[in-house]
Design a protein around this ligand. Structure first.
Ligand code: ADP
Length: 340
């Protein structure tokens, strides 16, 4: 009996252990399930917080973007207004200065010619200096007038048919003394004599500016080569007269090559002119491009800094024909390198 009790007792304990084990397992399951739920909840809350935070950031950024776009628009309007004011100022200043300057320059020229009798010796140098500077000022005023005409799109042309080489020859003759002061070799090569229909004075102005720049930006004993020809059909489609002005001077840094055609720009200081004097106001190439543009031509530059600069001007030849208005056609340069 005792053995049975003992057995029964052992069995009872085993059952209890089994029961307890089951209970433990169930509790573990419940805890695991509870933990899962808690985790799920926590991550859900976290996700919610993150989403709302993201929403906030996106709203903030969108507002900032809209504000900066609005500011940019305002700045743009302001810039346009200031640009218009600057143009207006240049135009008014140039017009107002032109008349008194014409009178000053006129009288100084007459004095220089001795129309008022021989000047006392002590006056001749100062008068010559005043006259020189008055002429420089007059050139600057004229350049400012050209700039405002170009910007208003009101450049008027006096068209005639002439040989481009003749105008270029005139400029070379005029510039030779200047080149000689720097012991530079200035040569002209007229491969052909293309006839163009253009404003001769304005084309003269363009050529003179290019040659004067070549002299100015080429050191002593440098070489300046001017060439007139007609590009072949392979180089440029259509009938064009071409002018090349090449020097072996200081050259133009690559990133600034396009900017030299902007008004008041000076590559050498990489900033706009302030105190270079009226003969170097940084307007020449801007005006040259404006003049070439209204003739339906194109002006471009190739350069290697410290080695050379080569300016190319293409102007429509008088046989230049196109389906529509010949002045609207732009030259298609096929192989500019073949120009050399
Ligand atoms: P600037 O009156 O200063 O010569 P331009 O408009 O004619 O004004 O030229 C603009 C700038 O382009 C010049 O200040 C110069 O830095 C550069 N430049 C023009 N021609 C040459 C050249 N042949 N060689 C090197 N730099 C040149």
């Amino acid at each position: 009996m005792g053995g049975h009790r003992k057995r029964a007792g052992r069995t009872g304990r085993t059952d209890r252990v089994a029961e307890l084990e089951d209970e433990l397992k169930a509790a573990q399951k419940t805890i695991a399930a509870l933990l899962d739920k808690a985790e799920e909840k926590a991550s859900h809350t976290e996700l919610k917080a993150l989403t709302s935070n993201l929403d906030h950031v996106v709203r903030q950024r969108t507002r900032a973007l809209a504000e900066s776009e609005e500011q940019l628009k305002k700045k743009n309007v302001e810039l346009q207004r200031m640009n218009a004011m600057k143009r207006e100022f240049i135009s008014i200043a140039a017009h107002e200065l032109r008349t008194p300057l014409t009178s000053i320059v006129g009288y100084l020229d007459l004095m220089n010619e001795g129309r008022f009798g021989k000047l006392p010796a002590e006056l001749s140098r100062p008068v010559a200096s005043v006259r020189r500077n008055a002429h420089r000022l007059q050139r600057l005023v004229n350049e400012m007038l050209d700039v405002s005409r170009i910007e208003r799109g009101s450049v008027s042309l006096e068209l005639s048919s002439f040989d481009l080489a003749t105008v270029v020859q005139d400029v070379v003759d005029e510039m030779r003394p200047l080149a000689e002061t720097k012991k530079q070799a200035l040569t002209a090569d007229f491969v052909s004599h293309p006839v163009i229909r253009a404003d001769a004075d304005k084309i003269h102005q363009v050529v003179a500016n290019l040659v004067a720049n070549a002299v100015r930006y080429t050191p002593v004993e440098g070489t300046i080569k001017v060439r007139v020809d007609e590009p072949s059909e392979q180089e440029v489609a259509g009938s064009w007269a071409r002018l090349l002005v090449r020097d072996n001077g200081i050259g133009i840094p690559q990133p600034l090559r396009d900017r030299i055609f902007e008004p008041f720009f000076d590559v050498n200081t990489a900033k706009h002119h302030t105190s270079q004097g009226p003969s170097s106001a940084g307007l020449g190439l801007y005006i040259a491009r404006g003049i070439v543009d209204v003739h339906g031509g194109i002006i471009s530059v190739a350069s290697v800094e410290g080695k050379y600069s080569e300016f190319t001007v293409l102007l429509p030849g008088s046989e230049h024909k196109s389906a529509g208005d010949e002045r609207n056609e732009q030259p298609v340069q096929r192989d500019p390198a073949a120009a050399r």
